[in-house]
Each structure stands twice: as structure tokens, then as C-alpha cells.
Write a protein that binds this ligand. Structure first.
Ligand SMILES: [Mg+2]
Ligand SMILES: [Zn+2]
Length: 190
């Protein structure tokens, strides 16, 4: 948990951000993608991310990549997948401010794997992000829990494979257009 001091410090930050899960949120979830050819953007992603940038949101990827810790993919393979995604978005002048990933398998019991808020909190410190002005978007309840624990608004982008969890997102979206509409309607006035 954050100490009072660090929480106050983070609240003084000024930038706003949308934290983005990668697999199943930006690109199709194909279970531990290791080949750039597997990168397929989900519908509506480009328009929504471009609009969020136009409204001054930083875009920060927050991704569990346990395939690394499980020995299924290498860091290099993950980087190649990210590079492909970055090159596609680049053509639309969409840029991530940073990509954070947890490489650990669940059994390693690390501090960074979502639903831990640690990656989001680190991003806030490093990128001057005010979490109260920011949102977490993901397709799993672990994304929602990490966003809530970090103090962000939370949006579940509905996808397959969801299971019951004792946590309620601020909004459940069926597609990226609904994500965008919700964020712009719920901008916290600073
Ligand atoms: Mg996901
Ligand atoms: Zn980790």
C-alpha cells in the first residue's frame, strides 16, 4: 500500500492517462503471442486511441506477460510482438508513452502482476500521472482490480473468458467506441 506521503505526491501530478491492458484489449488474445504475425488489432482500437491522444491522455500499456515466467515465450519475442503493434499504431500517429509488463508466473508471487496496482503506480510516478484523472481499460477483472487499487476509473471491455469476481468496474463497454464515450463523459474536471 502507498504511504500517505507517496499518495499525496502522486495526487500532485498533473498528466492524465488511460492505462491499457494489451492482450484481449488492444490486440486479439491468442494465448502468449510470440510471433509478430499474430498481432491483430481489435475493432475500433485505432479510432479510440487516436481520440484519447487528441484529448491529452497519455497511453500506457500495463500487461501481464506470464508466458515469460512460464517459459513459453522469451522477452525478445514479447518485444517483437510489441514492436509490431507499435509499428501499426505509428502509421496512425498513435504512440504509447510507455509499456509496463510483469514477466512473472503466478507461482513466483511477485509484487507487480495484476491485480496488483504496482505497475500503474510506478507509471504514475515515472510519467507524472494523476491517477484520479485516469482510467484503466481491460478485458479481465484483474485489470479492474489493479485500476481500482491504484485509484483510477475502471472500464471492463467485455470479451470472452470472463469469470465471476467480487469487484465492479465503473463501466462495462461492449466495444472501443463505448470506452471512448464513457471516458470523455466522465472526465474529472481539474
Ligand atoms: Mg487481457
Ligand atoms: Zn511480476
Amino acid at each position: 500500500m502507498l504511504s500517505f506521503t507517496s499518495q499525496s505526491k502522486i495526487n500532485s501530478f498533473s498528466a492524465k492517462a488511460v492505462f491499457l491492458d494489451r492482450d484481449g484489449t488492444i490486440i486479439r488474445d491468442v494465448d502468449y503471442p510470440k510471433d509478430p504475425k499474430q498481432v491483430e488489432l481489435l475493432p475500433g482500437t485505432i479510432g479510440a486511441l487516436r481520440s484519447l491522444m487528441d484529448f491529452d491522455y497519455k497511453l500506457v500499456v500495463i500487461s501481464n506477460q506470464s508466458g515469460i515466467g512460464r517459459g513459453i515465450i522469451t522477452v525478445e519475442e514479447m518485444n517483437q510482438v510489441n514492436a509490431k503493434l507499435i509499428s501499426i499504431l505509428d502509421k496512425h500517429e498513435i504512440y504509447f508513452d510507455s509499456i509496463y509488463y510483469c514477466p512473472h508466473a503466478p507461482a513466483e508471487q511477485c509484487n507487480c502482476r495484476k491485480p496488483s496496482p504496482e505497475m500503474i503506480l510506478n507509471a504514475a510516478e515515472e510519467l507524472n500521472i494523476n491517477l484520479a484523472l485516469s482510467f484503466m481499460v481491460g478485458d479481465k477483472f484483474s485489470d479492474i482490480e489493479s485500476g481500482k487499487r491504484a485509484g483510477c476509473g475502471t472500464i471492463l471491455l467485455k470479451n470472452e473468458g470472463l469469470f465471476e469476481w467480487d469487484i465492479t468496474p465503473d463501466f462495462v463497454a461492449s466495444n472501443w467506441a463505448e470506452v471512448l464515450t464513457f471516458i470523455l463523459r466522465n472526465e474529472t474536471q481539474s
